[in-house]
Design a protein around this ligand. Sequence first.
Ligand code: F6P
Length: 567
Amino acid sequence: MAATLISDTAPWKDLKAHVGAIDKTHLRDLMNDTERCNSMMLEFDELFLDYSRQRATLGTMSKLFTLAEAAHLKEKINSMFNGEHINSTENRSVLHVALRAAKDTTMNSDGKNVVPDVWQVLDKIKEFSDKVRSGSWVGATGKALTNVIAVGIGGSFLGPLFVHTALQTDPEASKSAGGRQLRFLANVDPVDVARNISGLDPETTLVVVVSKTFTTAETMLNARTLREWISSALGPQAVSKHMVAVSTNLKLVEKFGIDPNNAFAFWDWVGGRYSVCSAVGVLPLSLQYGFSIIEKFLEGARSIDQHFHSASFESNIPVLLGLLSVWNVSFLGYPARAILPYTQALEKLAPHIQQVSMESNGKGVSIDGVLLPFEAGEIDFGEPGTNGQHSFYQLIHQGRVIPCDFIGIVKSQQPVYLRDEVVNNHDELMSNFFAQPDALAYGKTPEQLQSENVASHLVPHKTFTGNRPSLSILLPSLDAYRIGQLLAIYEHRIAVEGFVWGINSFDQWGVELGKSLASQVRKQLHASRKKGESVEGFNFSTTKLLKRYLEASADVPSEPTTLLPKI
Ligand code: F6P
């Protein structure tokens, strides 16, 4: 039987036809319908979602639910939780939800309950991180290891960085981190090595090499670089005390020279960008903040997993968000989404979600390999408010239409009150959080400007069309639990989008071509530097660029002695 594309179904066509009706509406009017607005708000576990500023009516929502049925969304969600091989191109289960499952839960992959394996690693992380934090695990010279450099890239970096950045200013977490440092070395740029080792002493530093495959070129070179940094200062025998690893490939970890007892496993059924709840995130974060805080992060994610798995679509936050994204991208034709958290603590949310979303849904064929006749995926970007307001919001207000996610926090992690100020500092921030969605939705008409006596030549410049969609998520606070919830909301929302589009959100073949071309260039650079071989086998442009690069850096030694950054 030929595979059916979602775009060939009646509910998809019905939504296409419905766009005309929505184009006749304006958010200014839709926002006046209190019943509609009230139906577009929901609360779960003190998380509040308001999607009344989406360009959608209740009729649109019901058409989206019909689309979800046509896409077999419920069945697909169940297949994910049941450990079926929904990542068909890699023949794998997709079970990141098992990483935060309670100890007594059963979740099977290939007929085996994986939850006991998950908890075995979590218990090992707890034991190891307690030892390092208490100073009972010491470095080669007997000093406590107070600094951690986590070496990894992509999913082995962005999720843990997001959580670390969010926890850094949480009072409980920052107290627990007291005197410890956690840094991340991701880029293969030697400048990133310099930044990471700057001011650190190998004697008091633990390096955690994080790589699902343990073959990623950037991570392995950075790991070898830090191994050299440690062994040149403390001797090669110090490596076993100063380097540990997180990987699914424990054989390669051992081959690298890391004691297998100091390796923390995870599994093929965890995608890299969905791995922050595995040892990938839990190990470095527990070293920094203590396991009990990170356990709360896992509990937060778990609460959303349960909600996502059990709530009806009408009251299911990730499902609603996912369907609205499909509506915005595939029907209203808005290809981008701005992630705008009103707290600096979430400054690394957008970079993390960029990978989760764009690596998952940036696909051109259906899961059955049929060319998509529509664009899937979203262009994600964002910055914390109010910084973004002074940067790219101009375009969002008067240029292109970009649906926005506004994320606000009721209680600041770090309140500031000044006696003579009109409002406290967090209220000042939140004034913007509440104002921006209305500015986008309502805009400002030429009539309003005229009534304010704005000079007529300026009226077109000062007009705001409005009718620009957004949604608002209000969290009661931002602690480890809430950070886990936010993460899981986005993870599942992105899965919902992929399930509806009918693509495989869990593979990433698109990153391979660049990697293989880089290895061709690497070979050429080696041959030219070591044997003086001329540049061959590339097109005119790349040949020219490579020649220029080699000629201008002819002073690079062909047989170098070890050189590490000194800053
Ligand atoms: O960028 C491609 C990718 O495979 C990501 O999916 C992954 O998160 C990243 O590389 C790092 O891979 P690894 O953890 O195997 O080093």
